[in-house]
Design a protein around this ligand. Sequence first.
Ligand code: ATP
Length: 311
Amino acid sequence: MTFAIQVEHLQKRYGEHFAVKGISFNVEQGALFAFLGANGAGKSTTIEILCTLLQKTSGKVSINGYTLDEKANNAEIRKSIGVVFQQSLLDERLTVRENIIHRGKTYGLSKEQLAENYQFVSSYLHLEDIEQRKYGTLSGGQKRRADIARALIHRPQILFLDEPTTGLDPQTRQFVWQTIKQLQAETNMTVFLTTHYMEEAACAHQVIVLKQGRIVAEGTPDFLKTTYAYDQMALVFHDRGLGIKWLEDNALSFTEKQGIFSVRVDSTLHALTLLKKIESHLASFEVIKGTMDDVFIHIMAQGDVTDGSDD
Ligand code: ATP
């Protein structure tokens, strides 16, 4: 297995405060990796360190095989990554095309390579309709497309995205997200992203949840859902009294709200078995799958769970 990113015991201290408290993790090459956490958990601090923009306090980081902070390595790391931060880095007075070409030139790309790469990013990000417009005149969603294109112009091996879809309308969010997934799948590029939208994290290959500078959970979305979320049945009975009796007889714990009974089940298969038994008493039912939202809320509500970090 090849790792695009290796992080060992990473710490970052601001004065007396540790924003990142000795976290360790690896990101497989070509993976879509989601880095989650509530506000202030240390996500941006970690990303900035991995992208060579912020000095770590201690620990070891390797990006695309280069050890961070070893001589000449940070320049190599910067060449091999693309970064999209929450704040844009493009020049408002230049057109989208001028911005992206200018960026490509800073990597020393030949004219032919630059033209080829521009064609590549333009087709992925659908730049045709905005490339001649000044960046400062674009909408939030259009700016985001240009930001991502700029980060990709040198065809990096890893793309870092810090909340790429925050503030976008649902349709634009979906476009940006689909583009990121498509890029990752078709080019085998490693994508490292932070997001507050849990449904985006559900598509990741690997998820890490950070809380107050520590890793409190990690794994695939399926693993996290199985561990921290649960499926539920929402049941409406023809006869409320009989329904309650049946739930109690079967030792099922439940809550009731406006005649709808919520019953926790181990799995959707478990729900099916139960539904077959109670079918004749039911006026309606729904089986609700555990979501990444549930995972996040559960993890945030409890203390440290699986601590992959150390101080
Ligand atoms: P958000 O989701 O709000 O972007 P985050 O998970 O990215 O949050 P960070 O921005 O990395 O969190 O901040 C982690 C902690 O470090 C916070 O307590 C923050 O106040 C603190 N912090 C960040 N930057 C600095 C700084 N330059 N000086 C002092 N403390 C800082």
